[in-house]
Each structure stands twice: as C-alpha cells, then as structure tokens.
Ligand binder design. Structure first.
Ligand code: 5AD
Ligand code: SF4
Length: 432
C-alpha cells in the first residue's frame, strides 16, 4: 500500500506552489499519495507563514493537535517561512517534530525525510534552476515561479529573512514550464514571485537579461494559452512599458494587485517602500484610464509605528480615490528580524479602530461597485464544480462568478451575463 501524505498550506501563493513542489518530489521519489485525513497519514507537513504573529502562535497549538491524532509511526515536518525563521527552536518547543525545512530549501524534502531532526534552513540556498517534478493541484490553472526570494527591505516585512535574496528563474525554463502546463490542459498560468515586476535583475549564472514585460510577451506567445495572471507586482516598478503591455496584451487578465501598504508618503518612507502617495495614485489612474474594466486589489497595513491620524486620513483618501475592488487589510504586527520591530507601537485600540473604519468604508465602496456589474457580460473560466448544481470560475478581471451547470463546463471559457452580485460571488447566465 502506498504511503500517505497530509499537507496543510498557510500563507501566500508562493507557499501553494512550494507545497505542490514537495508533493511532486515525495510522490516521484518516495511513492507518497495525498490524503486529506491527517490521522491516516504517514507524513504530516505544515507549510507555514510568518508574515504576521498570529499564524506563528497557531503553529504550536496545531502541531500539538497533529501529534495527538497522528498514527504512531507517522512523521511530522514543519516547512516554509516560520521554519526558516525559527529553525531548531521548533524542535526544542515541539520535540516530536521530525524535521524543519525552510522556504528556500523545498527541493531537499526527500532528503530531510530520512534525517531525523534535520534542520535545513539555508537562506542563500539557490533553487532557482532546480528541476522539480511536476504536480499541479488544479488541472486548469498552473502556478509557475518566476523568481525566488525578495530584494526589498520593507521595514515591516520578515520575508527577505525567510526567503533570502531575490534570484530570477531563467526565462527559457519558465516558458518551457508554461508550455508543459498548457500541453497538459491548463488554459491559464499564474506567474509567481515576491516582486514579479522586478524580474530579471539577477540570475544565478549567465542568462539572457529579460525584464518582466518581455517575459509576459514570451509567455503570452504560447499557442493554446489563453490567460496569464501574476502576483505580486510592486507599485514602484510599474513603469509605462509594463502598464501598456498589461493593457494591450489580450491574454493578460485585467486584474492588478497593487500593494499600497499606506497612503501617507511619510509612512511609506518609514516603511522604505520607495514610492509616494502621488506616484501610487498616478499609476492607479493610468491603469484605470488605459484598462477601463481593470480590477485593482491591494494590501494595506494600519497603525505602522508613528502613524498619526493625519497619516491614516491619507490612506483613506487613496481608498476613496482608487476604489479598490478588493482590499486585504491588516493591523501592523511587529516581526522579529525586521527594521521596524523595535519602534514604538501605535496604541492597539487606535489600530483596531483604524482597521474597522477602513474595512467599513471599503465595504461601502464594494456595495456601490456591485450595482455596476449587473447586466455586464464577462468572460469566465470555469474551474470548480459546486455541490449545489453550480459551476464556478473567475472573470478575467477576477470576479468570482457561478452559473447553473455541470461538469461539461469545467475547463471551458464562456461569456456570462451577470444577474446578481453578492460580496464574494456573482451569479450569471451563459450567453452566446
Ligand atoms: N504586519 C502587518 N501586516 C504585514 N504584512 C507584511 N508584514 C506585515 C506586518 N509586519 C502584510 C503586507 C503584505 C501582506 C502579504 O502582509 O500588507 O503585503
Ligand atoms: Fe507568508 Fe510571506 Fe512567507 Fe508567503 S512569503 S508564506 S506571505 S511570510
């Protein structure tokens, strides 16, 4: 009987792809098959996130739960960003953990499996050209890494310390991977990196210098590929050439993630984001002007150390001007190894109140935007069969849409007229 692997993935899309890579390696080299029951697994992996404090706390209580319900001989491995950050401390606090594998050491999964108490968290380990085995969670959409690590030094962010310096993956490898995914039936590729539009600054070894805009052109030239998405771009690197390619290239889905973090130029400076409120507004305006149906999502942190009421008002102004289609908002959480960790914090209640105000205003904006969708026709790629007789997918500008239908719709792209809009999903009917 084959061995069973249970894997829990927290955090971002990079982690999702890292998990796919580990599943693929473990299947090909060790014969593991996936299970969604931790209690029947021979190996339990948690792929962790360390970007905020809460999930890190949760890790140890979760590990305790897994330890209680696992089969007697089953192994437990902790992978990802918290593994990079805490390293052997994890085994000290939870001695039943069998190995710790950092976010930049994913390719070593089949090795650490056989080294009890192994801690592999080398921050400058270069996996940028490692030939991972193939595995995809979705048959319809292929996640593809275009770089590893992050070269930015945002003062709130732990990621450069968990994922190391940024190295781009050679363009020919990316195009070949996209080709294979399309040959296997994917109509959409999702290009991933901490900072995608900084692509091409550094490769390991001699490689053709290709920037992100050129990479988009090359990937989009693939026959059979219909959609390209990417995350996350950085507002600082949104030059005209990039926005124009985004607007002009019909295969690029018209949804852009623009992580604002703060609307105050002073706070942006303290965060070392490299742009001002004006630059951000200018880029968002150019996008809205060139791509009328674009949907813009963002990340916002409130109560960064030193944030005054006035700074927060600047953030609310950007919210009201750009009218983001989606906002991921967080209260600042001091992280170890970051420049901002020792700065004096904003009063916690003030922080919570700002978060509430921001979310409340965003919800109002969403309600206003809702009405604009009704009656519009959008192109939807169907990816998920629901139990209630519906099939769901995303419009090219990232609206979650469901229609009545069955399996035959999966993997197809159709025009859908929107009939109803709720907070997280719209309903529609297929039109010719
Ligand atoms: N506190 C709160 N939010 C954070 N993020 C990153 N670091 C922190 C932190 N220390 C948020 C940012 C980032 C998203 C992935 O998480 O908004 O874009
Ligand atoms: Fe979390 Fe950031 Fe690591 Fe992704 S890269 S898992 S968001 S800490």
């Amino acid at each position: 009987m084959s061995k069973k692997l249970f894997i829990e993935t927290l955090g971002c899309a990079m982690n999702v792809r890292d998990s796919e890579h580990m599943v693929a390696e473990l299947h090909a080299l060790e014969g593991y098959e996936l299970t969604d029951e931790a209690g029947e697994a021979d190996l339990i992996l948690i792929n962790t996130c360390s970007v905020r404090e809460k999930p890190v706390h949760k890790l140890f209580s979760e590990l305790g739960v897994f330890n209680r319900l696992k089969k007697p001989d089953a192994k437990i491995g902790v992978c990802g960003c918290t593994a990079s950050h805490l390293g052997k401390e994890i085994i000290k606090r939870a001695p039943y953990v069998n190995f710790v594998l950092g976010a930049r050491n994913v390719s070593k999964i089949a090795q650490v499996l056989h080294k009890d108490k192994a801690v592999e968290i080398e921050i400058d380990y270069d996996e940028s050209q490692f030939a991972f085995k193939d595995f995809r969670t979705s048959a319809y959409k292929a996640y593809i890494n275009i770089s590893i690590g992050c070269d930015k030094q945002c003062t709130f962010c732990i990621v450069p310390k968990t994922r190391g310096d940024e190295i781009s993956i050679p363009a020919d490898l990316i195009v070949a991977e996209a080709r294979r995914a399309v040959d296997n039936g994917a109509k959409e590729v999702f290009l991933l990196g901490q900072n995608v539009n900084n692509y091409g600054r550094r490769f390991s070894g001699e490689h053709e210098k290709v920037n992100f805009t050129e990479l988009l052109r090359r990937v989009s030239a693939l026959e059979g590929l219909q959609r390209i998405r990417f995350t996350s771009p950085h507002p600082l690197h949104m030059d005209d050439e990039f926005i124009e390619e985004f607007a002009r290239n019909p295969k690029i889905c018209k949804s852009m993630h623009m992580p604002l973090q703060s609307g105050s130029s002073d706070i942006l400076k303290a965060m070392k984001r490299g742009y001002t409120k004006e630059w951000f507004l200018n880029r968002a305006a150019k996008l809205r002007e060139m791509v009328p149906n674009v949907s813009i999502s963002t990340d916002i942190i409130v109560a960064f150390p030193g944030e005054s009421d006035e700074d927060f008002i600047h953030t609310m102004e950007v919210l009201n001007t750009v009218r983001f289609e989606q906002v991921f908002s967080f209260k600042y959480s001091p992280r170890p190894l970051t420049e901002a960790q020792n700065l004096e914090e904003v009063d916690s209640q003030i922080g919570s109140e700002r978060l509430r105000l921001l979310q409340e205003r965003h919800d109002e904006i969403l309600d206003e935007l809702k009405c604009e969708h009704i009656g519009k026709v959008v192109e939807v790629y169907f990816e998920e069969l629901r139990h209630d007789g519906y099939v769901a997918g995303r419009s090219d500008n990232n609206l979650g849409v469901k229609v009545k239908g069955s399996e035959e719709l999966l993997g197809t792209i159709a025009n859908v007229k929107i009939t109803e809009v709720h907070r997280t999903v719209a309903h529609g009917e297929i039109v010719a």
